[in-house]
Write a protein that binds this ligand. Sequence first.
Ligand SMILES: Cc1ncc(COP(=O)(O)O)c(C=O)c1O
Length: 335
Amino acid sequence: MATTTIPGQLDLAAVRAEFPALDQRVHGYPLVYLDSAATAQRPRAVLDAIADFDRRDNANVHRGLYELSRRATDRFEAARSTVARFLGAADAAEIVWTRGTTEAINLVAMTWGLTNLRAGDEVVLTVLEHHSNIVPWQLVASRTGARLRYVDIDDEGRLRLDQLDRILADRPRLVAVGHASNALGTINPIREICERAHAAGALVLVDGAQGAAHCKVDVQALGCDFYVFSGHKLGGPMGIGALWARRELLEAMPPWQGGGEMIDVVELERSTWATVPHKFEAGTPNVSGAVGLAAAIEYLESLGADAVAAHERMLVEYGLERLAAVVRDAAAVAT
Ligand SMILES: Cc1ncc(COP(=O)(O)O)c(C=O)c1O
């Protein structure tokens, strides 16, 4: 199909050609993949970065003085710096590798949550949350006696900020909210929510599983305290993602899992912990995943966040128009 490229817009044929998975027929038709909110397909740049790491640089990180271990460590830490830049973090030490959004929220719930929440404390969620941003808090609530409260949405699918204000008047400890909804696509006013929550003494965790893929993220401008996301939603590999938190929060949080990499000194009866972020990264990490995630970020940046966002807006408008036509046709048939 011939396409015309307008300056500032994506050359769709060229972009599509970067995704090998799209170059196949399914049930006899060229593949149309519409499940990117669940997981995005990966561009060649990501597949090549992973393959290159696996072929040439595979070695364990932070524990060898030989060439391959040095290269693997360098690529792993360079990937952390790429994520820090992508999120607008002040320091790469504020980026903790996790398996993804779900694990990052569990990390915060099981470390910050179990340390800071007491019986009667409140955690505020919204009815728009993915299960990953509900169930970890239910687990913490059942262990601490903390109480969960939910902010509703209006008829347009927007959060009821008037309700949030009423809940904040009871001085909850944490507001955990999605940046963009996987169900409705609503983009929440995170900056405003952070301002209101902080004025009431609450911290804010942002579930960026969808937000990192579709919105410009600057954690310092947003003013949140924790931001979490998954690599596979933005064209990176599965099994890698990150938690960003302000350094002083990470430093005050106890480790979550114990093992190699996260220790400073180990004795038979007790151990001391590595500095952040390594304190939270027990065991051999997903190094090729981190390299692949950094490549995905660089690929998205090469397309241009504004061009991608404009294309997505066009798709939403087209989708809504076509769906309205389906509804109109169905109503015409029924009458
Ligand atoms: C808003 C939101 N939060 C959390 C998750 C969970 O992400 P993961 O399964 O990568 O941990 C998803 C995945 O669909 C999501 O859309």
